[in-house]
Ligand binder design. Structure first.
Ligand code: FAD
Length: 394
């Protein structure tokens, strides 16, 4: 029977960080994954270039029912610690925007770095391994796995959330949490595109599919993000939409200011004064693409020469462009979501050690916990920080 001191289930971002750090402390670590490859999400991330952290990472970038929980781990393994690791391995990277750090080359640079560290520290990594049962045995745990029975002192659950099942996601971590008496907070897809069913809206989005609009302000439930939006065949996507999706609940209205940097009432009056014979859609074509201006004119307001609009009509146009209100039919769900909101209730986990307050020796790290970052490298920073925190105590 294998008898490591520490078993980590899930060789994703958090599991790899936890394994390499615990093994570097001298712990005998077995890292298991049911997939045929470690870190599949790392490989897919950031469009293949892994947005591995964010220079401006702070607790305010995370959603959780317990917003204080993430603070301690984030402070003990910061974005600068991860950047130092990346630099030590000579992985070239750059800031894309808003503090988001991406690999110059490929995400496999980050995965390779983590696997290298695991190997150097002596982590025993076993892929294609399933775990069918876990039970308490003395002060530790006994696992029934496809490798046979395994006993350990500390068991770390690093199995992530539910997003993208084809990349190995499973609800396993939630089952284990429930088995050992933990409360689960309802899970839902986050950082995910919206779908629309309203026929008029859907037609507009389909016709504009592939068009993006820069720097829109998208707001919902008191939160707002200033970023690009993207029209898709099914609805709306793009960074600002993905960000707000984490704050959206079914039935909520989302407001989009398509031109937050323009004083629209003033701009429309100015155009009316200075270009009275120009059609509205021609003028809007100077701001948006011609196609978008034409479609907005078709769907939202009859286009005519500027001099023909009444002040009330101009006011309504300004309002429509700066406060486009829509109620998404839903989201694309876990199939395309980058993250899972909710999960293991952090009120029953130590924020210092990530250890269960219900079952000693059991730890939860990464996305399986009810901690979800904004888009921009924050989710990986949580995986690194929580994995590192647990590794000090396993
Ligand atoms: P994961 O990385 O999901 O790892 C969980 C591991 O557990 C997997 O290897 C899985 O195979 C394994 N596992 C699951 N169930 C079992 C089981 N029953 N038995 C054994 N093993 C199991 N975040 C960023 O910060 N920057 C980005 O650029 C970014 N891009 C993303 C792009 C995509 C397409 C997606 C889906 C997500 C992206 N994210 C990004 C989010 C980020 O990938 C996750 O938040 C992060 O990987 C979570 O780390 P984790 O270790 O908790 O879980």
């Amino acid at each position: 029977m294998l008898s490591p001191q520490v078993v980590i289930i899930g060789a994703g971002a958090a599991g790899l960080m936890c394994a390499m750090t615990a093994a570097a402390r001298g712990r005998r670590v077995l890292l298991l994954d049911h997939a045929n490859k470690a870190g599949k999400k790392i490989l897919m991330s950031g469009g293949g270039r892994c947005n591995f952290t964010n220079m401006y990472c702070e607790p305010g970038n995370f959603l959780s029912h317990n917003p204080h929980f993430c603070k301690s781990a984030l402070a003990r393994f910061t974005q600068w610690d991860f950047i130092a690791l990346v630099a030590k391995h000579g992985v070239p990277y750059h800031e894309k925007k808003l503090g988001q750090l991406f690999c110059d080359n490929k995400s496999s640079d980050i995965l390779g770095m983590l696997l290298d560290e695991c190997q150097q520290a002596g982590v025993d990594l076993r892929l294609d391994t399933s775990v069918s049962a876990i039970e308490r045995a003395g002060s530790g745990y006994r696992l029934t796995t496809s490798l046979g029975a395994i006993a350990c002192e500390s068991l770390v659950i690093a199995t992530g959330g539910l997003s993208i099942p084809t990349l190995g996601a499973s609800g396993f971590g939630y089952q284990v949490a429930r088995q050992f008496g933990h409360e689960l907070l309802p899970t839902r897809a986050g950082l995910v595109p919206f779908t629309l069913t309203d026929p008029q809206l859907k037609t507009l989005c389909t016709e504009l599919s592939g068009t993006s609009v820069e720097d829109c302000r998208v707001s919902c439930n008191g939160q707002s993000f200033l970023e690009n939006i993207l029209f898709t065949h099914r609805g709306l996507s793009g960074p600002a939409i993905l960000q707000i999706s984490s704050y959206w609940q079914p039935g909520d209205t989302v407001s989009i200011d398509l031109l937050p940097h323009v004083d629209l009432p003033e701009w429309l009056l100015e155009q009316q004064r200075e270009r009275p014979n120009s059609e509205l859609k021609t003028l809007m074509g100077e701001i948006f693409t011609k196609k978008m201006a034409g479609l907005l004119a078709e769907h939202w307001f009859a286009s005519k020469p500027m001099k023909q609009y009444t002040p009330a009509e101009l006011k309504a146009i300004a309002e429509r462009l700066s406060d486009w209100q829509l109620v998404p039919a839903g989201t694309e769900g876990y199939r395309t979501a980058e993250v899972t909101l909710g999960g293991v209730d952090t009120r029953e986990v130590s924020s210092k050690t990530m250890e269960s307050l219900k079952s000693p020796g059991l730890y939860f790290v990464g996305e399986v916990l009810d901690v979800t970052g904004h888009l921009g490298g924050f989710n990986f920073q949580w995986a690194w920080a929580s994995g590192y925190a647990a590794a000090q105590y396993v």
